[in-house]
Design a protein around this ligand. Sequence first.
Ligand SMILES: C[S@@+](CC[C@H](N)C(=O)[O-])C[C@H]1O[C@@H](n2cnc3c(N)ncnc32)[C@H](O)[C@@H]1O
Length: 397
Amino acid sequence: MWFLCVFYHRLLDFRKPEVEALAELFGEDESLQWRLPEHHHNDTPFHFVHLSSEEIAQNIAKRSILVKGMYELWGEGTCYEELRDSIESFPDSRKLPFLASDSTFRISVETFGKALTFDEQRERINSLTYIPFEGKVNLKNADHNFFIMEMDESEENNGLQPILQRRIFFGREVGFADRKLLPTFQLKSRTYLGPTAMDAEMAFLMANQAKAASGRLVYDPFVGTGSILVSAARFGAMTMGADIDIRVVRDGRGPDCNVWSNFKQYGLATPVALLRMDNNLPPWRSGLKELFDAIICDPPYGVRAGGRKSGGRKILRGTVDPYTVPEDKRTDHIPSTGAYSLVECVHDLLHLAARMLVMKGRLVFFFPVLRDENGSEIHADSKSFKDPKPKYRGKYV
Ligand SMILES: C[S@@+](CC[C@H](N)C(=O)[O-])C[C@H]1O[C@@H](n2cnc3c(N)ncnc32)[C@H](O)[C@@H]1O
């Protein structure tokens, strides 16, 4: 079945991958396909997606961060006459079950790139008298919600082609986003915050791409204040985190302001473990593998927080041999640390994923890249990230 998938006009590169990950999570087989409305550019908020059932479309819309709504399209056109022809040729067998006298309905008007007055909206709704609605209108809690979506042709933007041309859609809503999620989890009301805490929208998006869900174990090897794991826990996953900084994982800012408090604040299951661990020297016992369903993280690239790895400067330079911690100091010994380069950090992360992810498990991580004048990606080296005023435009893969 084809659905009209309407996206929020944000984080454009991540919209389809999020839907594809969620489709897999909700059991979509191979039938997912994308199609663009006529004369629309890939950046348009309006896309058609082929999914095998309405239930999958509804589940995706409910969980997604970037999907505004999914609709069964009843008609489309470049003007209201074309829209009418299109709706009238949509099969009655698909329309009549939603127009029955014992059901309630509501019609709303949405616009993109233009605004309509209340009277203009009412005029659009009244023009639909050719649809045989038999039920009663209910503006607060209707059984069936219908949408007219109208947009004007967008203008050229700095020489780039317009993203859409004038089109009007009419459809029945089959699923919509949970609009309370982001305000509830916004960082400004988070109990324990650090300078690099992950923004809630991005954390939920990453958890969706990692297919976090009940019965799955999600690991963040650079856990910091735990904001990525909070989003995974919100979707029902079991979580586990590690960080080289003992102050973060053990102490936080006191007994009521630490990583654990961030989970308790929302009534979420707390992590199964928080470890003080260096991802460059992980203490996994030999033979241990395929433990995590997903690894999600924001590694220390040196933009806001520099990476550290175990071993003092002299050991890392090779001027002093590694030492063995004396028995009486082992219980609370914290090794000294030295610089941890971007290259090593990513290498260790890929190594961790190759060993510790289950088959078809997912690794989702932030990776900053530079863009040249033509928009092509140049992968950054650690030197660029030490520049206090880096000239790159933020972009993450
Ligand atoms: C960008 S921050 C992650 C922030 C986190 N996502 C949050 O929401 O608070 C990177 C974290 O990696 C930790 N880190 C640096 N080097 C590490 C290493 N070798 N092993 C494990 N953690 C390390 C830092 O202490 C820091 O907390």
